[in-house]
Design a protein around this ligand. Structure first.
Ligand SMILES: C[S@@+](CC[C@H](N)C(=O)[O-])C[C@H]1O[C@@H](n2cnc3c(N)ncnc32)[C@H](O)[C@@H]1O
Length: 201
C-alpha cells in the first residue's frame, strides 16, 4: 500500500511549509504524524486538545483540520520567531489559542484530567516533566509523541533517552501504548477508563 496519496492535508500546509523552509526550521512534523493527529483529533467531539511545541504550526494545522467546531486547541512554544508563522496563518481560527511561554510551567498549572489529547512535541511533557503531562490526560484521552526513530538532528546523548522513555510509558499501569514505526516513530497512549478492566474469570 502507498499511503501518502490518501493523506488529506490541511489547506494551510503549503504556505506553512514555505515559511518553515524560509526560516530553516528543521523540526517540523512529517505528513505521517500529521495524518494520525488529524484522525485522533476527529475522534474527540468538543475535545480539549493541547500541543507542546507549536514550531511553525505544521502539526497545529493537522490537529485543527481534524477537530470539530466545538473543540479547542492550546499550542505552546517558547520561540516567537517560529510560532509567528502559526500565528499568521492559523491565528484567525477561534478554536486555537497560541501561547508563547514555557510548557513546563503551563503543565504544572492545569487541572488533572483536563485534556482529551496531548501532542507532546517539546522536551517538557516528554523527556522532562513527563508525569505533569500524563496526569492531564482524561480517561479515554490520548497522549502522542513522535521522533522515536533515529533522527539526523538529534544531539549527542539523545538516542539513549528514547528507550528509557518508552520503558517508562509502557510500564505505566494507567495507560495502554501502541508504539509504531510510522513516520519519525510514534507512540500513541490512551488513558484507561477509570472503571478499569473487568477481572478475568
Ligand atoms: C519538534 S519542534 C515542534 C514542531 C511542531 N510541533 C511541528 O509539528 O511542526 C519543538 C518545539 O518546541 C519548542 N520548545 C522548546 N522548549 C520549549 C519549552 N520549554 N516550552 C515550550 N516549547 C518549547 C521549540 O521552540 C520548538 O519549536
Amino acid at each position: 500500500m502507498h499511503e501518502s496519496p490518501f493523506f488529506m492535508p490541511p489547506l494551510e500546509l503549503p504556505q506553512i511549509m514555505a515559511r518553515t523552509a524560509e526560516l530553516n526550521f528543521e523540526m517540523a512534523s512529517e505528513r505521517g504524524i500529521g495524518t494520525l493527529l488529524q484522525v485522533l483529533a476527529a475522534s474527540k467531539s468538543a475535545g480539549r486538545l493541547l500541543e507542546l511545541g507549536t514550531g511553525t504550526g505544521v502539526s497545529t494545522a493537522w490537529l485543527l483540520s481534524g477537530m470539530d467546531q466545538n473543540s479547542s486547541l492550546i499550542s505552546i512554544d517558547t520561540d516567537p520567531r517560529v510560532q509567528t508563522v502559526a500565528r499568521d496563518l492559523l491565528g484567525h481560527d477561534p478554536r486555537l489559542t497560541l501561547l508563547t511561554e514555557d510548557a513546563a510551567a503551563f503543565l504544572r498549572d492545569q487541572p488533572k484530567h483536563s485534556f482529551d489529547l496531548i501532542f507532546a512535541d517539546a522536551m517538557p511533557g516528554k523527556y522532562e516533566c513527563l508525569d505533569d503531562a500524563l496526569v492531564l490526560v482524561k480517561p479515554g484521552g490520548f497522549y502522542v509523541i513522535d521522533d522515536l526513530l533515529p533522527q539526523p538532528n538529534w544531539p549527542a546523548g539523545h538516542a539513549e533517552k528514547v528507550p528509557s522513555l518508552l520503558n517508562r510509558l509502557s510500564s505505566n499501569p494507567q495507560f495502554h501504548m501502541a508504539p509504531m514505526a510510522w513516520a519519525s516513530g510514534v507512540a500513541v497512549l490512551v488513558r484507561k477508563s477509570i472503571l478499569g478492566v473487568p477481572p478475568r474469570i
